[in-house]
Design a protein. Sequence first.
Length: 177
Amino acid sequence: MVQKVWYTYDDIHKTVKNIAAKVQNSGVQYDAMIAIGGGGFIPARMLRCFLDIPIYAVTTAYYLNETEGKTADKVQKIQWLDPIPETLIGKNILVVDEVDDSRTTMEFVLNELIKDGFNQIGVAVIHNKLKDKVGKIPEGIAYFSGLDIQDWWINYPWDAVDIDAHNRRAASGVQEA
C-alpha cells in the first residue's frame, strides 16, 4: 500500500516562510529564482513574497504520468533560459521545486545551470523525501528544504479538484491508498 499525505495552502505557506528564513540566514543574497515547472512555480511565487527577487522558469519532462509516477529514460528540456538573460550572468540564483524525490530532475537542472556562468547556485524545495536518491546535488550548492518527510505520495492543494475534500484529508493525516 502507498502512503499518502495531504498538505493545505496554509501548511505550504508556513513551510515556504521557514525556507525563506533559512535562505535569508544563509549569508548569500540570491538575485533571482529559477522555478522548475510545473511543481516549482507556486513555491517560487510564494517565496517571492519573502525574498523579493524575480522568478524565471525552466521546464523539463521526466514524469510520464503524474498520478502513477512513471518516468522517461532521461530528463528532457522543454523550456529553458536560452540565452541566459544578461541581467543574470554572474549572479546568484536559487532553484526552486516542490519536492526532492529521486533528485533526477534536480541534478539535471543544476548541471545544466552550472554551465551557464552563474556565481552561486542554491536549491529550495518544500519537501525532501527521506530515501536514497538516484541523482546528486553537485558540490558547493546550498540546499534548503522546508520539511524532511517519509517517502509518501504528496498531495498538494494546487492539484485538488475539490479543495474542501482535500483539506479534510489533510486534517486526518497520512492515509493508505
